[in-house]
Design a protein around this ligand. Structure first.
Ligand code: NAP
Ligand code: G4F
Length: 345
């Protein structure tokens, strides 16, 4: 049987990197869309590098941006993937209050651009939309597929738009398009300004004597934090079903930001109260207070179940930070011979 071809938007992000690993392990040809930047942004996938001239190469990068619809259509036409995993987004909730228009354009309209490209090219591919528990916003937990949305940020609003665009293309045009409604998932590859990575990194650096304090916002918010490496398996399973449908992916447990801070500092033998200070710049104009997902449908129909819970996640993230601090630092500019992925363009 010929190997399947997947296209991943957001391949340079946390989830994109884990998904690319998973699909390569499964024997897929993997194509990824990356933004052109003046610095390299492929750090999370450099270890997957294969020289594209090599006959065995199965990972290919292409320049593209979610705000450029004609480029997306041209890429779909030339790659002709069997499966499209749409993970790219302006994904930071606090930033979305500062850049609401860009967030709407990228995180919301970006999905429509891709779906419309699939429709107009006439590709019989399957489509995964990275929907979010942020869509539930202020609706009380537990949240499942039937829970009404009440988003609390421009990011949440954009994701609700993209969720309905995905359902609409499924109903209107019969496209196999699914929403994975994923609750917070973290890892050592998490962006450094999300609270889990920020706290894990601070705990390790404070332990190593490299800093003394970390400034945070609201410690009372509660989140259902799972492990990203496990969540990408659920994305893949959603595209292997007979019928397209929407699924919540979560651990079913919740902890406060304060709990997470305590778990990280305890792990390095420190009292967090000595090192955490409040800074209101990290407080959001409207907050999501409490998220806990009910992933019973995913367990029943996809056979997916998480194994890593928040306390273990906190420990593994702090250990990764400590490990990184004890290794010699990677030079900022690539040295000759270091594999750095270059998009084909
Ligand atoms: P992430 O680490 O922030 O990665 C986002 C990716 O999108 C990066 O590859 C980024 O490229 C790319 N991107 C941003 N703007 C773009 C644009 N205009 N054009 C093309 N690419 C662009 O996010 P993540 O945590 O992996 O999350 C993946 C997806 O799941 C996102 O859609 C997020 O909103 C959603 N989600 C995440 C969670 C979670 O807890 N992680 C939960 C629910 C839903 P650069 O590397 O160049 O910045
Ligand atoms: O880590 P966060 O920025 O993640 P948030 O807002 O829950 O969003 C993440 O999860 C969503 C899924 O529900 C994704 F869709 C989204 O793309 C993203 O991946 O903040 C978590 C909580 C918030 O309540 C925030 O107010 O931590 C609180 N917090 C307190 N101090 C902080 C800080 N958040 C950040 N980023 N930085 C702080 O200093």
């Amino acid at each position: 049987m010929t190997a399947k071809k997947a296209l991943i938007t957001g391949i340079t992000g946390q989830d994109g990197s884990y998904l690319a690993e998973l699909l390569l392990e499964k024997g897929y040809w993997v194509h990824g869309i990356a933004r052109r930047a003046s610095t390299f942004n492929t750090e999370r996938i450099d270890h997957l590098y294969e020289d594209p001239h090599h006959p065995q190469a199965r990972l290919f990068l292409h320049y593209g941006d979610l705000t450029d619809g004609s480029r997306l259509a041209n890429l779909l036409e030339s790659i002709r993937p069997d499966e499209v995993y749409h993970l790219a987004a302006q994904s930071h909730v606090r930033v979305s209050f500062d850049e609401p228009e860009f967030t709407g354009n990228c995180t919301g309209l970006g999905t429509t651009r891709l779906l419309e490209a699939i429709r107009s090219v006439g590709l019989p591919c399957r489509f995964y939309q990275a929907s979010s528990s942020e869509m539930f916003g202020s609706t009380p937990p537990p949240q499942c597929e039937e829970t009404p949305f009440h988003p609390r940020s421009p990011y949440g609003v954009a994701k609700v738009y993209a969720y309905w665009a995905t359902r609409n293309y499924r109903e209107a045009y019969g496209i196999y398009a699914v929403n994975g409604i994923l609750f917070n998932h973290e890892s050592p590859r998490r962006g450094p300004t999300f609270v889990t990575r920020k706290v894990a990194s601070a705990a390790a650096r404070i332990k190593a004597g490299l800093q003394d304090l970390v400034y945070l916002g609201n410690l009372e918010a509660r989140r259902d934090w799972g492990y990203a490496a496990e969540y990408v398996e659920a994305m893949w399973r959603m595209l292997q079903q007979e019928e397209a449908d929407d699924y919540v992916i979560a651990t079913g447990t919740s902890h406060s930001v304060r709990d997470f801070v305590e778990l990280c500092f305890e792990h390095v033998g420190l009292d967090w109260r000595d090192h955490v200070r409040f800074d209101e710049r990290y407080v959001r104009p409207s907050e999501v207070d409490h998220l806990v997902g009910d992933a019973a449908k995913a367990e029943r129909l996809l056979g997916w179940k998480p194994t890593v819970r928040t306390p273990e996640l906190a420990r593994l993230m702090v250990d990764a930070e400590l490990g990184a601090l004890s290794r010699p630092s990677v030079p900022a500019a690539p040295t000759p011979g270091r594999a750095v992925l270059a998009p084909v363009s």
